[in-house]
Write a protein that binds this ligand. Structure first.
Ligand SMILES: Cc1cc2nc3c(=O)[nH]c(=O)nc-3n(C[C@H](O)[C@H](O)[C@H](O)COP(=O)(O)OP(=O)(O)OC[C@H]3O[C@@H](n4cnc5c(N)ncnc54)[C@H](O)[C@@H]3O)c2cc1C
Length: 397
């Protein structure tokens, strides 16, 4: 899929989610020849929100798609507002209004996943996206990599980027095959219409309630028309891992029945909740092999407890394009440079997100009191500076 301006290696991206589409947009903008192979017959994202911190907004700005990705977004005045499960006591809060922009040059927003994907897609030409293309094999050979698809077709590429998510096929070729681990946790998700939501939940805040074995997150979305709710609770079965699997309001309520009334009222006012099993992967020691590399969840799937999975995919995409543009004649070196820049940061975030599961879910007692005191001790916005400050267009950090 080359046009006359496009040069350099032919790049195949497997997966057209947020990471794959962002990579395609950055690579296309750099004048490189790129094709996205997406298994779904249409590009869709679930109707859920996500938080875009300054480090996620920066790559969108660089691509020129921030405005459309952030349409009907909500700029947050308070970031992580930690509260106690029983009575809502505030344990710590990031004051973002005015401060976030001054410290990090961007605000933090809650956005719609579908708007983000649409905005990225708009920066990729139609002919560079193949839908209904489920990749079944990637085979490196002397001159590049051959990709095979479920409809029997094959194609050759000089470089392959595996942006095919948590269960990545490309990852199995690049690294030792290893199944993702079930975390013992499930996530519930629901959206509460603004008319049914308590005023408390419509504040421009990302509120996170901590309790024994569970935590509960909510923030306004869609210009304040609704409240996005995501909650985590123990689960014994690992059967469902789909965004579209559902539970009943009663099942969701039962997990949080003795929590503060503001939590339970959000549960009972919400739509039919989604419920899915949460998986985890340990950090990879390396994610590049020859002419193949990984990006986004395929490279570094992490627990969603820092709200950074999509942000890291966007950063990956920007850095990968920068490395390939700087070194188009030696793509193997460019991929290796990309990995060297990215792996330490994503590993740190994977580990931090993992340990937040234990911290967030401590039973009431001395350790929980120690955690709550520590949360109140440091300015949370400064504590997370290493996450928000990162500028993918400039240098490693
Ligand atoms: C509850 C929850 C809340 C979250 N909240 C946030 C948040 O607030 N902020 C944030 O930054 N992140 C958040 N995340 C993380 C974020 O959603 C993910 O990290 C991000 O979507 C990963 O994008 P990706 O493109 O790497 O993978 P995916 O979105 O999984 O996309 C992979 C794509 O590859 C395709 N594919 C797979 N296999 C093949 C194949 N063989 N051939 C062709 N195509 C294939 C799939 O169809 C899919 O389109 C959250 C995650 C969860 C679970």
């Amino acid at each position: 899929m080359r046009d006359k301006q496009q040069t350099g290696p032919r790049i195949a991206i497997v997966g057209g989610g947020i990471g794959g589409m962002a990579a395609a947009a950055f690579l296309h903008r750099a004048g490189l020849s790129v094709t996205v192979h997406e298994q779904a017959s249409a590009l869709t994202e679930v109707g859920a929100g996500l938080v875009l911190a300054p480090n996620a907004v920066r790559p969108l700005r660089a691509l020129g798609v921030a405005e459309s990705a952030l349409r009907r977004s909500v700029p947050l005045d308070w970031g992580w507002e930690f509260r106690r499960w029983q009575d809502g006591t505030v344990l710590s809060v990031e004051r973002l209004d005015g401060v976030c922009e001054r410290l990090y040059g961007e605000r933090t927003y809650t956005a719609h996943r579908a708007h983000l994907l649409d905005a990225l897609r708009s920066a990729v030409p139609d002919e560079a996206v193949r839908l209904g293309a489920r990749c079944t094999a990637v085979e490196p050979h002397a001159d590049g990599v051959r990709l095979a698809f479920s409809d029997g077709t094959r194609t050759d590429a000089d470089l392959v980027i595996g942006a095919d998510g948590m269960h990545s096929l490309v990852r199995r070729t690049v690294a030792e095959p290893e199944a993702p681990r079930f975390s013992g946790l499930c996530a519930f998700r629901t959206v509460v219409p603004a008319a049914a939501a308590p005023a408390f939940a419509l504040r421009r805040a990302q509120t996170l309630w901590l309790g024994p074995g569970r935590h509960f997150v909510h923030y306004p979305i869609s210009g304040g028309d609704g409240v996005n709710v995501v909650a985590f609770a123990p689960a014994t079965d690992a059967t469902e891992e789909s965004w579209s699997a559902t539970a009943t309001v009663e099942e969701f309520h039962a997990e949080f029945a003795d929590w503060d009334g503001r939590v339970t009222s959000l549960i009972t006012s919400g739509s039919v909740p989604g419920r899915w099993a949460l998986y985890d992967r340990p950090p990879l020691p390396s994610w590049t092999r020859g002419r193949m590399t990984l990006l986004g969840d395929a490279a570094h799937a992490m627990f969603p407890f820092y709200g950074q999975g999509a942000a890291q995919a966007l950063e990956d995409a920007a850095v990968l394009a920068r490395c390939l543009t700087a070194n188009p004649g030696a793509p193997d070196e460019a991929l290796s440079r990309y990995e060297t820049e990215r792996l330490p940061r994503t590993t740190r975030l994977q580990r931090a997100s993992h340990s937040r599961a234990e911290d967030n879910h401590l039973p009431d007692g001395p350790e929980q009191r120690e955690r709550d005191a520590a949360l109140g001790d440091a300015d949370p916005l400064l504590r997370s500076g290493w996450i928000y400050r990162y500028d993918a267009s400039a240098a490693a950090g």
